[in-house]
Design a protein around this ligand. Structure first.
Ligand SMILES: *Cc1c(COP(=O)(O)O)cnc(C)c1O
Length: 565
């Protein structure tokens, strides 16, 4: 058996393919893309996540625009192998058995990464415990804590049982932080007489083993549990005094726990690194900007184009820097091909006929308030007036978390609008956003819109996918776009430049007005009257964005800056 020391990548959600519905959004897709680049680059990596046997949810929308959620029924045995070894952990004093399914990510380069999906749906467990790994982000805090115990503590035990030698544990967000406690126990100093209780805990050793990536730029976004709940569910796994010292005095804050037990910590874009430093003063926080897996996020017609003009691009995305080599006509033809595919797809799935000759704007991501999906409708009168200058259409998609009432209201608002103004501007909402639909959208529209409330977009990645297909970004300057944006060269910004002390929220009106101004005076005229300038920006999206914002580049940075330190 190959027992080379490995990096263990822990993530609550992983999105590797559309058939394995164990992701909810950007965090999971990033994890999947990271693993694929790890395999391509032959990084010694394994990954751990939950099986999420009922997925996140399948989205339907009723005639009133209300989101309806259905459990996803999928069969892991079609894609992965159930390993015979089980581990046991304690939850509420009960033994809970965990099995793992192994999915092998295999790269054409010969690299391989094993992904372990943890599953508590085994005979030995009582009914309640069999449900722990059923629904991604389902249930209440009690359910969430049980899931995080399985992921963190169960995950380390599974790797141990498999005889893997792990040299770094990488926590992708704080959900897996409890793994640090299992490591503290594993590396407890064995001493006869303890003169100081603290001395038996080898905190420095555990820190040396852990890497933590934070993804949330606001305090309220970080998981925290009351100590009453922790005591009830986890028991006194490590002494409470120690846990409070590491995880927070009043609540067990998963981010604090990870921060205190990781030697290397990073945010997911330069700006997010800065924001994280102000959220967590006293910690050294680095920044490694996210990326996307190039081969996964390039549509078929562009794959052919790149194979012809930029051979080797898939495993060396730096080569996109030569995007100027692609002839204009062929680039446009490949784009039209992707656009017509999307037009067909919209017809088939939504029953709406749209034209490939019309400027098409895409907006798809999780529906949650800060993403402001409805910003473009702030001033409906102005919005409708602009369309008289040159017509455009908008395609939306996205799920709101089942408990996110404001997010669901935005879905409803957009559905209502589609009915109200459809005779003037076509607005289409596609149900049940997923990775397959994402690829169609990020390659088939003309403009990719993103309007988050600063500084809430830690990074964002869908705009990088768009750039990989020559789609032009039109976005608020937040997250990765602060780094990728050159006004009028790689795309367009919305609203003011980011402020130094970035925690001030910006006026919706200011942002909307700027959006309208640029749409009316720059984007619509250029699309219809200056195609060659438009194509130049498309090429810049490939040559100045995709060449850098990919998980190959990102992975190389994790290796040199976090893993081998
Ligand atoms: C890429 C992706 C996301 C992330 O989108 P952002 O705009 O970065 O939030 C979410 N969901 C799916 C299905 C994706 O493919």
């Amino acid at each position: 058996m190959n027992n080379e020391a490995k990096i263990a990548y822990f993530s609550m959600e992983i999105g590797l393919s559309n058939d394995i519905p164990t992701y909810s959004g950007g965090l999971g897709v990033l994890a999947g893309d990271t693993i694929k680049s790890g395999a391509d680059l032959k990084v010694p990596l394994v990954a751990v996540t939950l099986l999420s046997k009922k997925g996140y949810f399948r989205q339907d929308i009723d005639s009133d625009g209300r989101q309806i959620e259905y459990a996803v029924d999928w069969d892991p045995s079609k894609f992965m192998v159930c390993l015979p070894k089980k581990v046991v952990i304690q939850i509420e004093g009960r033994n809970v058995y965990i099995q793992a399914w192994c999915y092998k990510v295999k790269s054409v380069t010969g690299g391989k990464v094993d992904v372990f999906y943890l599953d508590t749906d085994v005979e030995e467990n009582v009914t309640e415990d069999r449900e722990i790994t059923a629904v991604l982000y389902g249930g209440d805090m009690h359910y969430r804590l049980k899931q995080e115990i399985v992921l963190g503590i169960g995950g380390v035990r599974i790797l141990h049982t498999l005889g893997l030698h792990i040299k770094k544990y990488h926590m992708n967000e704080g959900h897996a932080s409890l793994l640090t406690l299992e490591l503290l126990l594993m590396h407890k100093r064995d001493v006869e007489s303890v003169w100081d209780e603290r001395w038996i805990w080898d905190i420095e050793k555990v820190k040396g083993l852990c890497v933590f990536t934070t993804h949330t730029p606001i305090e309220a976004g970080h998981d925290r549990f009351s100590y009453d709940l922790v005591k009830k569910v986890l028991g006194e796994f490590v002494p409470l005094e120690l846990l409070k010292r590491l995880g927070g005095e009043h609540y067990l804050n998963m981010t604090h726990l990870a921060l205190n037990l990781s030697k290397y910590v990073n945010g997911v874009a330069k700006k997010h690194g800065e924001v994280s430093k102000s959220l967590f003063p006293g910690y050294e926080i680095n920044a490694i900007t996210n990326g996307v897996h190039s081969f996964t996020w390039v549509c078929e017609s562009f794959k052919q184009l790149y194979d012809k003009y930029i051979p080797g691009w898939a495993n060396e995305p730096e080569l996109f820097v030569r995007s100027e080599n692609i002839p204009d006509e062929e680039l446009w033809e490949a784009h039209l091909c992707a656009k017509c595919d999307l037009v067909d797809y919209v017809k088939k799935t939504a029953g709406v006929e749209i034209s490939p000759d019309v400027l098409t704007i895409g907006f798809a991501r999780r529906f949650t308030s800060y993403k402001r999906a409805d910003l473009i409708f702030s001033n409906l009168e102005r919005f409708l007036k602009i369309s008289k200058k040159g017509t455009f259409q908008i395609i939306y998609a996205g799920k709101a978390h089942p408990k996110d009432t404001p997010g669901k209201e935005i879905v409803k608002r957009i559905i209502d609008l589609t009915k109200k103004i459809n005779d003037k501007i076509k607005i289409i909402f596609l149900k049940n956003y997923n990775m397959e639909m994402a690829l169609r959208l990020v390659s088939g529209v003309d403009v990719w819109l993103n309007t988050p409330l600063r500084p809430r977009e830690a990074s964002g990645t869908s705009g990088m996918k768009a750039a990989h297909n020559g789609i032009i970004n039109f976005s608020v300057l937040d997250g990765w776009w602060i780094e990728g944006h050159m006004e009028g060269i790689t795309g367009w910004s919305i609203g003011p430049k980011p402020l130094e002390s970035s925690l001030i929220s910006v006026n919706d009106i200011t942002d909307a007005e700027d959006l309208y101004d640029k749409l009316e005076n720059i984007i619509i005229p250029m699309y219809y009257k200056d195609r060659s300038q438009w194509i130049k920006i498309m090429k810049n999206s490939i040559g100045k964005i995709a060449y850098y914002f990919n998980t190959h580049s990102m992975m190389r940075r994790y290796v040199t800056e976090a893993y081998i330190r």
